[in-house]
Structure formats: structure tokens, C-alpha cells
Design a protein. Structure first.
Lengths: 674, 674, 674
């Protein structure tokens, strides 16, 4: 089950996150050896170890880290080393308190946990580069070091944005570079609205603590600014690592459904991206489409398959989803990784149940099938101190193997070859749209993620493989392109989509598509702005429905109940597929079609599934309607059949065991994309 | 359907709120013309346009506003001009940050939205007068200008009170003027209670951030102080407008259920009052009596008739409800107006459904029947920028007429003559009582508004017209006076009510009546303090009921279940009409009567309705029991029969269409009050 | 019914809390006389009267207090005098604003209510001692003064901890005294975890406003520090009172379920402890085991018997539960007191219902049966001013006797002899465990109190008398020792328990027992750390169950459903009594036994009751299974049979009236402990 480090790995590899500084030195060699014996290839270390690397200003202590890395090396493990900038030490913060970020309530966010820094701080940027350089100089060429992770989980604990201090100071300059003149900014933001026009750049502050809600354009640009600060912060580290650690990869571990920055911008310049997969905690915080307590209970010990899969597909698409063999001569997989994979209970949700038997194996298999080349478990041994003592590891506090360990030991990773995901359907995603949608939701029942996931989940329930890609990404090769909630559609994006449709792609759009301008206003000629001609219609009404109200929608596929949102259209060339009946929208168009473009104005999971099934059929994309909790995922010519239910399910003539998977050599669907 | 501007208008007139500064200048003439053609008479403008009137300190730019007003004038529209003080521009705020208010959490409330000023700020007062003077000098005599609105929606976004800065600085002086000596203040507040006695005026701060709840007397006086600051702020503007714009009216647009200041004090000095009517958002935030999700769902697309009507009746009564013909020689109606009337979806509630078909007409008709002389729709065209893009207008973003436009176009306003509302029943209201009640509610289930509305709604369900008037207002001519929640009854008020009862009026009081002194203490001889003799009883017990507990009440009218509140009395001359049975109040008096005075101690909508029906019958006030959602309102000799239900209702032998109204020439009730 | 003051009182005595400064002086003599006639012995006064004792800095005014005390003395009442430090006056605070505490959000907590001081403030400590000395000099030898209460309700309104100012300044020094070196502190806290290591004492701040959750060890020590500040603050007052008021007792009135300080530490040095018993408010805020709206409704007018009894037993045990005759030659009872007993509705819960008929008598009887020597009602007359006007007293606002007065008048206190509570069962309690448990609950469904009360309530439902004592207290004489949630078990405690078990005691532990080290880490060899040998097992898994999930547990006593928490064990010598079935714990040990030690890993009230019943039977502790709301309590050879239900209950052949009690001369259980 172990891997040779000298030849390219043709299949999924495994790893874990280890913290040698948390245990006594006499355990290091044994841990490394035990990891190797378990079949792990990679070990990620040191992302929170700054106070040990540099105990006092300028006094570096590498001895312990030398010893630790040598121990892994001796055991044949490959090391992922991290810049420790998520946790600047006390001596640095107390010497330079201006590094600390400020929350939206105007309070300085204090030292004593992690991520206590403002990305825009010039002082911190200097120290970030200094420690990165020191590490890279020391370990950049170490034979055990396979690559680098920058920092840790950008944005965690709501840290993407700082509403004072360095960020507040830098924001006006960023705006001046973006707009050139205050007239341009005032016009772009519509500042005339409430007499909000500025006459000097330094009058502009972050959009917090305003008496009423701030201007959404103000918010949008502040979010863009903050995202740029993160990208710039990381780029400085990447440049140093490129210089001093040639031949090693550089990546970052992103988070589930993080909304604080533009992941496409921040990923740019990395070799591949990784993300941290915590299915059970995720379920408590991010409701899947149509979920309630029953869904949370049903999937309490596995997580919801589509919530997890969406993140896999999202991160696979951040850099275009490269799945080639390794780049460093050692076969380091450079498709996406799961850098941290839950392998027992987490500690941060309101309730933290144990995973079901088989869940760790199922998560690992799913990760592979959705493109992961490496799955690395968090963490090797459960911490015995501080904030995360209630979080599990592969080893328990007492160093006995925990349940996850046994599941990893029982896994045959040779059944998981690396290779492409044959998606013929793309779901479009865009952080500007997310920010603007959620800033003015108009309904407490819907959000950008909720709406997007309704479309994604409908596709997955049809057994369809999906690429989640940027709204401006290359669309060639996709039979169907779905834009669930791309509310911000500039001229250029409209042209891009129009070209794709003319090239043969079918486009399906959700409500609010192309409602807004790049500046955050609405199109003065109304939705769909520059997309109007392609869609062959204009917006007539939108209706935000109380949870206790619904709206009938009728068409060839039957009658459906729309919830939360219903918008109608004035067709100008398009045909009406579904019509509202009853209520203020009675008789108006709910779903329209103009050639290869379909717009679904009513929010109904069933309607969405029905319309998508029709479009997929026309596009010759094979579909397989699946029971709840059963999912198909394809990669490298194999199909992963999954049962996420806690009960047996009979499907397609076979009995699927609870929380289990099967790898089918004869792919159910053979077609491969691109 | 259009009005002649040179003769007094005998019926309801219409208007809209327009923002020429939000659109390009080439639209202005067309908009004005279109408004005129729709049948609108008035257009309100410029309340947020300071940054365009004075782009830089002291640099006025009137050219655009000249052009805009001239365009309206050319089309025959009459302009309501606003002082723009709700939105001081950035250059003013950044030069004088001490203008900014401070919230109850001690945070400065920032520039970036609106209403970012402290009413007590001497600096801001100076600028408020300066810009008012500048506008009035420019436009005070313009023939198109019919009148003025001061500022915009005082108190919106919780801005009535500032807990620091200028207000904190002014509060001690206000107290010194009120009390003269600290001994008097300490005694009035009962500061001995927790050793809270002051020995210097400057020791006194606003009542926020105290370790436990502050002294309610401290709170009460801070609220009175803040209210005075608003009245004073406005008075300065009014004085300038009177001087420089003779013959024009001055008004302000108040808000639904706003609690931050004494509306009677602030209205004093205006020609008439106007208010902003948003029935659908109101329903989500202000629960009608006995409401739950079912009520919110039933009236989701119309709003609840009694919530709206209460505000109409409240604002009609602020200045005594004058309904004479116009004062300016041009027939400007000087009864109350609806300055902003929702005419499509709003954008500020958790859910923002479309109004039902017919709702805009129904709201307009109801406004008339409850005394409005003008209804002005918000807004002409939906904004394409900034905070309110999701709010509708008469025109859509793309300038096509929205649904509300069509309803306005279809309205025959000649059926709505101006004239008196023939109310023989008065409901008493008082902001001191509201503040004190809500400061010490003793039950999470009740508030001053909830209790007051229970009585109001019971009257409306009996088909009775109601004046909502100040607790100290002239009571002559009323057959029945209802004091639902007047908890603060000074000697003088008690004498006033006693005189009214002796004059023949019947008085009905709710629980907690006359519980408190003017200083906010309780009467040392207990409830009903100075009203005890009139009531013929004293308070025995009050019981705050959990939502899961109720209390039986039995009497001639049957048995009822009291919820939330039950108080009992020791009669001293009064007779007992209803008695509690079971529980700690078993056998005690629940409803008592002493001559023409009735007190209802138990909170039960059904009991209230039953007791009121009996009193009304005795007083020869005709009642018409109505089904839910059906309402009658009378004005100027006509009766407006309304069906607010989304379904047809058969009533009195006729079929009422959903969301509809009928104006009956033969008034169901002929009697006219005063 | 009145007591002779010169001979020891053989039974429960009564008192009330009075505020002469709140009423005019002409009422004082009458009130005192009326109190005496009602059968009261004690009157507590002056805890909030600083501004009257010292109206201006250094200007004392004792005249009014002289008069008041003399009035009580003349009537034969005995006075409990209070240091007034809960309410420093305005002149002191404005002169020394650094006295004010800082909340966890970083805001200064303002003057205007009470408890507005930081226990660590050197300035305030000086003034606290000065006013204490002045009072003690004046009244220390007054014949009417029976004793002293320090301050009032330490910790009320979340005031145990200040997160800035004086406390923040003192915290590093406290840590340095505790740890000696930063290396020791960094190691004890596990600060390496997130690079949180300190290199200078002054770098350490209170654990608030951190970006993510702070280190639980940091929190634990900050809580210990804050607790020490309270103990030190009080000790300064006690020393002065001992010096200047010889022969008088010194006590403090503690609060229900207060968690802000270590009550054992703070009680040390007092003669006895008292607490403030508000059963109805308590019920709204502290849910009894398994409670929901139905339980809150059922006991809405009595409170839950076990919630109240737990506090009685807790406070009886703070100083070891001395129940001897008086110490001052006047028979002052020196067992625990109830210093404030609700005798009508309170004013501070979301709903504040009236007590049931009989509730005041039942509370008084229960207090006696659980060890109270005095019950003192809050308050004599309902306040007519300020924050608490909605709170009842024995007299109403209008001075008529309220319902509670009548109940007190009807009480025969000679049936309540003082004497020992014959508990053979001890429930262990420890504030360090409470703090650590609640800091990392891992489940929103459980807390330290909830878990502890589940065990306590199970014992009470079996009719068993319980001592609640410190986890390190003397265990001799107890047949059964229950450790429901003692998660922090140092070596020394483990040895102490082991000795008790070897001495014959049976030990029953709940989940999470001995999970943590004194520093707040987990034992590196896992739960049960130093207790492992005694328990004969180690922790295998813990499972935090969503409210919608449960876990089957099966054994000889039947099958049960565990909720919220389930942990399993790897036995090493212990036998398995109950086993999990189904789910991830299938087949694992749920309840284990090793000789006289039993561990219950699953949270289920029924399972706990069943296991405890078995252990009690083996230990020859008589049990009497009781219906819900029926309770037995024994003291001084008598048994108090109580029915807390609002309905009649037939039990043991007799009919128990609603909300009633019976004192049985022939004790159901004769055995007396120690």
C-alpha cells in the first residue's frame, strides 16, 4: 500500500497534518514511521509554528524543525512545509499592534488565537516576507520538502476584511488607482443617491457602522479591495518561495464556502489548489437545497454529498482543473488536493457527532472521483492542549489508533487512478455576483449559495458530472452551461456567453441573471441588460415570497410550486415554457426559451430538475435519475457509485450498503470532456 | 382626471416622489409631463440632494434644480420641496465629525447612508439653518413651489437619540432647566434606589451601557430630551421657511409606529402632517393583535387593514385633524397627506412580496377614507443605483409603467371628496406612556403598541370610526373614550378625564392605566393613583402570563381566555362585570365598572370586543360587526366598504371581490363628529 | 410566633429586606412594628445606601441610619447591616472613572445601575475599606446589629470579570505569581498550539476579542484570577468587620447558579453563607433536566423543586453545612440562610407570573428542610421608584399586605426545628470543572449544570437526601459519592477519591470525568488520566448527538435512549453493565463498573436513575421512587413531604393537595449523616 517516491504515482495518494512541536521529540521518528506504514506519502507541518522558529525577534531556532524534517525524511515521507504567517507571535504583535485587524463593529481583534493580522499592513507584510525568506532559505532545497502551503485558510474566522487600521488607510488609494477621479467613483457608485458624493479620496472609509445599510457599490468595491490585499499578500510569499525553493510546488488550503475573497484571483500563481474538507461541520452551517432538520439528521454522520462535491468541483476549477502527472520529477500530484480531511469528529459545530462507519473511506473516494490527487487527513494525533482538544485525529489523545485510522488502513488506493473528470456541464460561479447578490438578497430565504446549489444539486441528482468554473472561463467543450445566480453580467461577459451559445452550447440561467452592472447598479434598461438580445426577453416582475407563500407554475412538465422567489418576463422573441397561475404574476412567463438559452425565473428544485433534464436530453448529455443520497461520479474512465444514506438502498438491481461506495471499471458514462 | 391648479380641489389629490438628480437631464420634462398625464398634482423632490445643491463648502449649484423645478412647473405640476438635512454631505461630516451621532453601544454612527447627524449638534444646527435659508431664498417664492417638507423621516434607522457627543453634552443642561436643582432631579428619579444620586449636573450621562438596566425615570427623561432636540431642530427650519416662503405650507413626513420622539411636540408648528405608508413591510415588522404567521400570510400582499388605519388615524389626530379647504389660495389640501405610498414591492423587510392586484387602489381609497387629502406615491421611477435598487416605483428600472402605475391610472379620484371623519370614539395615545410601558414591559408578550392595537382593532372590527388623539386632547363630542395603555396619568390628566366622564363620555381603560407618575415612579397609593376615585377601585394583582399559560375570565358576556396579562382589582364603589376563575386570581375582579368608567384588566381580544360592544351600545354608537379583513370607514358623508381578504367574501347580502373597495353614497352611518 | 432574642432559636426564623431610605421617615417605626408582629426576627438593610451615608466625599451622614436602626431595635428586630459597596456613588465614579469595569466587548460599563466596579481596582479597594470601616466604627457594637452582609450578590449582571482597566493591569502579575516563569506558563497553557507563546508578562491580556476562540487554559486562568480578585476584595472588608464588630456574624448573599467565581474560595472566612432564592425567574433561565416549554408551564407558578433544592444543598455545603446553635450568644442561626426569598412576582424574567397559592409557604418549608436556619423575604414593601417597581414585596405599593404576606402570617415555624440534614449521598461540584466544561462544551445541548442536575434530579426523584460538596471535600461518612461532571481531576483529587472508594464509598461518575488536567489540557494518556486504574478503563469514543439523534443503550436494567452525549470505554479490568447498540458505538461499553466504581457514559435521565438506584440499593441507602413534582426532604429527624404540582396527587395512600407540604414527625428515613 505504500508508494515509491521516485516514480510518478498513478493513483490517489494520502497524507496527514502533523504537529511535531505539540509532542515531545522522542515521538517524532515513531510517528513518521507509523505514517509511512499506514500508507501515507505526505505530511504537512509548521503552519502555526512561528513562535518556535523565531522565539524572539530575529532569533531563529531551526534545530527542532531540522530534526523533525529529518525524521520524516528518514521514514520516506514527503513534507509540505507552510509559511507560519497565520499566527504572528506575541512579541511581534505587542511591538506592532497596528498589525491587528479591526472588525465590522470597530473593535480591534486581539492576539490570543490565530489570523490576527490585517492583510494590508505594511509592517506585517515586511515580517511575512522576512519569515518566508528565512524558512525558504533554510528548507527550500531540502530533499524531503515536496512543496509549500502559504499561510493557512485565508479568511477563516471572518478575517478577509479589516474595517480599520491598515485596510482603512489603504482603501482610498486603491480606489484612486481604480477610478482615477472622484467623479468617476461617484458616478460608478451612484453616490448622488443619498448625497453620498465624495470630494476627497481620504473622505472614504470602509462601509461599516453606517447609520443605515451602506451603498452596495461601496461594499462591492471594499470586498474587491480586501480580496486584492489577500492576493497581494500571498504573491509576496510566492515570489520568495519560487526564488528560493525551485522545483517545489506552492499551494494554499482554501475553505468550504468561504466568501471573503475572490478565490480565482487568490489562486492565480499557485501550482494547484487544496481545500479543507469537513463534511459534518459543514452540514450544520451550510444547509443543502431544501434542507431542514430532517436532512441534517439523515446526513448527520456523513455530511451531504452535494455540499461536499460542490466544493470539490469548485476547487478543481479554480485553476482550470489540471490533472496531469507531476511537475517536479517526483510525481507530485498537481491536481487539487484535500489538504485537511476530517477523519473523526470535529470540534467547531454546535453538535459534533462521530462519522458513520465507512464515512472516512467514502469521503476519500469521493474526493478522488471529483479530481483530488491527494487526500491528507487532519490531524495525525488529536491535540492534547489548547483550542482543539475536542477535535479528533488519526490517533487519539492516548496515541491509540482512532476509528479513522482503521478506515484509512483498510483503503485500497490503487483503485483510484488519477485522470480527468469527464464533465460536459459547467456551472458558472463568480464572487462579484455572490457579494452583490447577498448584499441585497431581498429575501431572507435565498442567498447566492442556496440558489447556486439548487441548480448544482439538481444536476447531481441526474447523475451528471459538473465542472464549477468562473463565469468568464473558457466554455468550449461544454454541452450545457448553467448560470444559476450570475447577477453581475458586464458587456464582455454577455459577449462571451453569446459566443458560446452561438458555438452550440446550451445556456440555462436562474433568476436575477444579468440584473446588475459591474459597478453594482441595475441596468438602466433593466434585466437582462446586455444579455437581453440573447435571452429574448426582459424582466417584468420579481416577487419575494414569504416562507408561508408559494406560487404555482405550469407548463409541459407539469405544475410546480415556486418558493422564495418568482420572477416573470416580458418576452421579446423568446417562447414561454412555463407560466405562473394565480397571484400577482398570474399568466406571466415563468420559464422562457430563446433558441439554446433557457431562463428559469421561479425557484423550485423540482422545476429546475425538470427543465435541466430536458435541456440535457437535447444536448445529448446522458442522465441517470438517482434516489436521494445515491450519487455517481466519474473520473479517469471509472465510475464511483456512492450510497450516502445510513440505510441500504436498492438501486439499478443491486443492493448498496449504507455509507459505501463501489468503483465500477466499466464507466456508466464513457464520454470525457476536453 | 387631472386637476385645475387654480381652484380648490374638492377631492383627494395624488402625487409622487421624484429624484431628477438620479436620472439624466433629458428625462425631466418627459417625466413631468407623464406625471401630469397620469393625474398627479404634486411632486416631492430634493430631500437627499444636498451634495448637488452645495457640492463644496459654500459653493451652491442651483442650476440643475432650477431646471428641474421649471420642468415640473411647465407641466403644471406643483412641487413639494424638502430641506436636505437628512443627508449632510461628506465634506461637511469630515470637516466636523462631531456632527455624527453615537449609538447605544457607544459607537460613532458613520457617514455612508443617511440620517448621520446628532440633532443636538450646534455645528449641525448652524449648517441646517444655512442650507435651509439658502434654499428658501432661492425657491421660497417660486410659483411651482406649493410647500415644504422638513428633512425626511425623523427617527428612521433608530436615529432619534444619540448616546454621546453633542447629545451627551446637552443632556445635563436640559435636565437643569427642567428640574432646577439636583435634589429635585434625584427625588423625581428615585435615585436613592441604587445609590444613584448625583451631586453635579455634569455627572449625568445618557442611560446606556449601564451594568444592569438603567433607571426608567432616567430613560424617560432622556427620551423626552431627545424628542425636544428634534422639535427644536425642526423649529429652526420652520422659522426660516415661514420668513422666506410665505403662503407655502410646511410639513414633515412621519413614519409608521415610530417611537423615538413625541410626535405631538414635533408636529406643533407645521401646517399639517404627512406620513409614509408601507403596508407590506409594516406587516412583517409590526404584528397586528393576535397575529402569527397565518395572519402575516393572509395579508402578505395587502398589509393588515388595522395597522394601516391606526397610523392614518394617529396622524390625522396629531394636529387635530383639520380637513378644511386649502390655505394658500391654490387649494392645497391641508388635511394629512400620505407623502410616500408604497406602489409596488419595498426592499427593506425580510420578505418583500408584490402587492396583490388592487392593493394600490385599496390603500389609496383607505387613505382618503381615514382623512388623507393627498396620496403621493414612492417613487416615480425605481432607482437604478445604490441602496434602494430593489424598491419599486411607478416606473420600472427600464422606464416601463409598473403594476402600480396601471392601478393609479385606473383610479377615479372624484369619488373621494375631502371632508370630516365622523368619529364618535376616541382612542387615547401618549408617548410618555409608550416609553415607560415598553421600558418595563414585565412581559415579553406585550408592548404599548400591542395593547393599544388590541383595543383599536376591536373597535374597527365593530365597524366603528376612531380618532386617535393625545391623552390630554379635547374630549368634547366623543361618546366613548378608550385609554388602552395610558400608564402615565398625572393629576391634571386625571382631572381632564374625570371632567369628560362627568360631561357624559364613557371611558374604557386597559390594564396598567394610571400605574405611573409623571416622573416614572408608581403611585405610592398604588394604581390608579389620581384616577382611583373615578375608577372606584384599586389594583390588587397583576399577573404576567407565559405564552403557554392563560387565565379564565367569566361574566355576563361569557367566558374568555386572557393571555399575556391579567390584573385584578379591589373594588371601592365599582361593580365587577367579569371575574377570574382558577389560578392565583381566582374570584378576583377582572373587568369593573364605575358609572361610565369601565376597566378591562385581562388581555383578551374577544373580551375587549365584547365589553366595548356593550359600552358602545349604551353610548348609542352604532356598531356593525364585520368579518375578518372586511372594514368600513366613513368620511364626508360617504362610506368606504373594503375587503382586504385575498378571497371573495359575502357580506350583508353582497359579494365583495378580493382586495377591493366600494364607495357607498348613502353612508351606512350618518352621524358626524364635531 | 415571635422569638425571644435572648435564647437560642430552636427552629427556623424569618426576616425581610427593608429599605428605610426608600420611604419617608414617618413609616419606619410602623414598618418595624409590623414586621415584628408578622413574626419576623431579622431585617436586612442598607446594601445600596452609600449615597445617603456619604452624600459627598468624606461627608458622612449617619443620622437617618441611626434613626432607622433604632426604630428596628425599639421593635425588637435584629438588623443585618450591609457594606454598600455594590453601588459606589456618582461622585466617586466620576472622580475615579478607572473604577468602572470593562465588558468582554471592550466597552466601559457605566454608572447608572449597580455593580459598576472592577474588583481589582486599587482605588476602589481603598474606598471599599474606607466606607466599611466607617460603618463598622459607627454600628459595629450596636445592640440591634446581629451581623453583616458584605456587598450584594457578587457576580450579578455578569460582573465577576472585567476585561480591561484594573483587571487587565493586574492579570499578568497574578500569572507571574502563579507560574514563576513564562516557560512554565507557556507549557501549562500549551501556547505552542497556535504560536501563542509569550515572551514578556505584560504581553498577556484578558482572553476577549480574540479573532477565534481563545485558549481554554488562558480562559481558565483568567476566571481563576477574577475569582481571586473577588475573594480578596471581600477579605479586606471581612478583616475590618472582624476588628470593629466583634461577636457579629459576617456573611454574603450568593446567587442561583452563578458561575463567575469559585464560591468555595469566596465563602472562606465567612461565618455562614446565604443565598437569594427566586424560583420563578430561575425556572425561565435555568432549564431543569429534560425540560421544555411543558416543564416551564407545569412549574410556572412554583419553580422546579430540584432547581431550588440543588441551590439549597450547594450553599449548605459551601462551608461544610454547619447546623449548630448560634455563635453570638443570642442564638443567631449560623447554618445557611436564604437572604432574599421571592414572596410574589419578580420583575426580571421574560415572563413574571404570580406564584401559586401556597408557593411562598412551600418555598419556606423547603428551605428549612434543606438546611436553612433563616428565610428572609425580599422585600418588605414593593419599591415605588426606579428599576424594580414591577417587583413585589410583602406589602404592595399602596402598603396593603400582598399575597405573600398572608402566607407568611399563616406559617407555623415551630414545626421547622434546626438540625442536620441526614445525607448519605454526596454530589461533587467544582468551579474549575464547570469553567472548563462550558468553555468547550462540544454540544449545544449540554452544559456542566445540565449534566450535574441530571444526576442530582435522579437522586431526588428517588427520595434521597443529597449533600452537594466540593470535589476535594471530606468524603468520610458518605455511602455513595456521585461525580456528575468533574472533568478536571488532578493527581491529588484522584488519590482522594481512590482513598474514599477504598474506605468503602461507592463512586458513580458521569461522562467526561477526569478528561482534563489542572492546566486545562487533556491527559496525554487520555481519559481517565490519573483515575484510570480506579475506573479500570479508558475512553474509547465520545459522540456529540444532534437533538434529532439518539443512541440505544442496553443492559440488565433495560434499553434506554441516550441524548446529547454518548461516550464509550475500552475496559481494562472493569466490567460492562450497558452496551451501545446501533450507530458508530455499536457494541461498545456505555456503562462500566470496576468494584465500587461505576461510570455512566451515556446521557439519559432514565438510565442515570436506574444505575443510581442499583448502586444506592447495594450501599443500603433507602430509596423512595417519587412521582414527578413530589419530593421528600429530611432534616432534624423530620421529613418534609412536598407536592409541587398544580394538581392534587395521590401518593403512598394519601392525597397531596396542590402546592403543599406536610411535616412528618416520624421521619420516613431515620439515618443521619455525620
Amino acid at each position: 500500500m505504500t508508494q515509491s517516491t521516485s516514480t510518478p504515482a498513478p493513483h490517489l495518494l494520502l497524507g496527514s497534518c502533523d504537529y511535531p512541536e505539540h509532542v515531545s521529540q522522542d515521538r517524532w521518528a515513531a510517528y513518521a514511521q507509523q505514517q509511512k506504514e499506514l500508507g501515507l506519502t505526505f505530511v504537512r507541518i509548521a503552519e502555526f509554528a512561528w513562535s518556535r522558529m523565531e522565539p524572539r525577534p530575529g532569533e531563529y531556532d531551526w534545530s527542532w524543525l531540522d530534526t523533525a524534517i529529518d525524521a520524516y525524511h528518514a521514514a520516506g515521507m514527503r513534507v509540505v512545509l507552510c509559511t507560519p504567517t497565520a499566527t504572528p507571535p506575541a512579541w511581534l504583535i505587542r511591538a506592532h499592534p497596528e498589525i491587528l485587524p479591526v472588525d465590522a463593529q470597530g473593535r480591534v481583534r486581539e492576539f490570543g488565537a490565530r489570523r490576527h493580522y490585517d492583510f494590508a499592513s505594511p509592517v506585517y507584510r515586511e515580517h511575512s516576507q522576512r519569515i518566508t525568506r528565512a524558512m525558504a532559505e533554510r528548507y527550500g532545497g531540502h530533499p524531503a520538502v515536496a512543496g509549500w502551503q502559504t499561510d493557512n485558510e485565508f479568511g477563516c474566522h471572518n478575517t478577509s476584511r479589516s474595517y480599520g487600521g491598515a485596510s482603512a488607510a489603504a482603501f482610498p488609494g486603491w480606489l484612486e488607482r481604480r477610478y482615477g477621479t472622484l467623479d468617476a467613483l461617484n458616478a460608478a457608485w451612484g453616490n448622488v443617491f443619498w448625497s453620498m458624493e465624495y470630494t476627497a479620496w481620504e473622505q472614504i472609509k470602509p462601509p461599516n457602522l453606517t447609520v443605515a445599510e451602506p451603498n452596495p457599490s461601496h461594499v462591492l468595491d471594499f470586498y474587491r479591495f480586501a480580496s486584492d490585499m489577500i492576493a497581494g499578500f500571498q504573491a509576496e510569499q510566492v515570489a520568495i518561495l519560487r526564488e528560493l525553493s525551485p522545483g517545489r510546488f506552492v499551494t494554499h488550503n482554501f475553505m468550504i464556502f468561504e466568501m471573503g475573497f475572490d478565490h480565482y484571483d487568490v489562486a492565480r500563481g499557485l501550482d494547484f489548489v487544496t481545500w479543507d474538507n469537513y463534511p459534518l461541520g459543514m452540514l450544520e452551517f451550510f444547509a443543502p437545497p431544501g434542507s431542514g432538520e430532517d436532512v441534517k439528521t439523515h446526513f448527520a454522520r456523513t455530511g451531504h454529498p452535494d455540499l461536499i462535491a460542490f466544493n470539490h468541483d469548485l476547487y478543481r476549477g479554480l485553476l482550470g482543473g489540471k490533472n496531469a502527472l507531476g511537475r517536479d520529477g517526483q510525481g507530485t500530484p498537481n491536481g487539487p488536493w484535500v489538504m485537511e480531511q476530517q477523519c473523526g469528529q470535529v470540534n467547531w459545530a454546535p453538535f459534533n457527532p462521530l462519522p458513520a462507519d465507512g464515512a472516512v473511506q467514502l469521503w476519500t473516494a469521493q474526493a478522488w472521483a471529483h479530481g483530488a490527487d491527494v487526500v491528507s487527513y487532519f490531524r495525525w494525533r488529536a491535540a492534547t492542549m489548547a483550542q482543539e482538544v475536542m477535535h479528533s485525529g488519526l490517533l487519539r489523545h492516548d496515541e491509540t489508533p482512532d476509528r479513522g485510522f482503521a478506515e484509512v488502513a483498510g483503503l485500497d488506493i490503487t483503485q483510484f487512478p488519477v485522470g480527468g473528470v469527464p464533465a460536459k456541464v459547467a456551472v458558472l460561479h463568480d464572487y462579484d455576483s455572490l457579494w452583490l447578490y447577498d448584499e441585497q438578497k431581498h429575501s431572507a430565504s435565498l442567498s447566492y449559495w442556496t440558489q447556486t446549489l439548487a441548480y448544482y444539486s439538481a444536476l447531481r441528482a441526474l447523475g451528471v458530472d459538473v465542472d464549477v468554473i468562473h463565469a468568464d472561463a473558457d466554455l468550449s467543450g461544454y454541452a450545457v452551461v448553467v448560470a444559476p445566480a450570475i447577477t453581475l453580467v458586464p458587456q464582455q461577459r454577455a459577449a462571451h456567453w453569446t459566443a458560446a451559445v452561438k458555438g452550440g452550447a446550451r445556456l440555462v440561467c436562474g433568476p436575477r441573471t444579468a440584473f446588475r452592472t459591474p459597478g453594482g447598479e441595475t441596468w438602466a434598461d433593466g434585466q437582462f441588460g446586455p444579455l437581453s438580445e440573447l435571452v429574448g426577453a426582459r424582466l417584468l416582475q420579481y416577487d419575494s415570497l414569504r416562507p408561508t407563500l408559494s406560487q404555482h407554475v405550469t407548463g409541459d412538465g407539469g405544475t410546480f410550486e415556486a418558493h422564495a422567489w418568482a420572477e416573470s418576463y416580458r418576452v421579446k422573441g423568446a417562447e414561454t415554457l412555463y407560466t405562473y397561475s394565480g397571484g400577482p404574476l398570474d399568466g406571466q412567463s415563468a420559464v422562457i426559451r430563446h433558441g439554446n438559452v433557457t431562463v428559469i425565473g421561479a425557484h423550485s428544485s423540482e422545476l429546475i430538475g425538470t427543465v435541466l433534464a430536458g435541456v440535457l436530453a437535447e444536448a445529448d448529455v446522458a442522465t441517470t435519475p438517482l434516489p436521494g443520497g445515491v450519487r455517481l461520479s466519474r473520473r479517469a474512465g471509472r465510475t464511483l457509485l456512492q450510497n450516502w444514506n445510513p440505510e441500504r438502498v436498492e438501486w439499478n438491481g443491486q443492493m448498496l450498503e449504507p455509507v459505501s461506495f463501489t468503483v465500477l471499471e466499466d464507466a456508466v458514462l464513457e464520454n470525457t470532456h476536453a
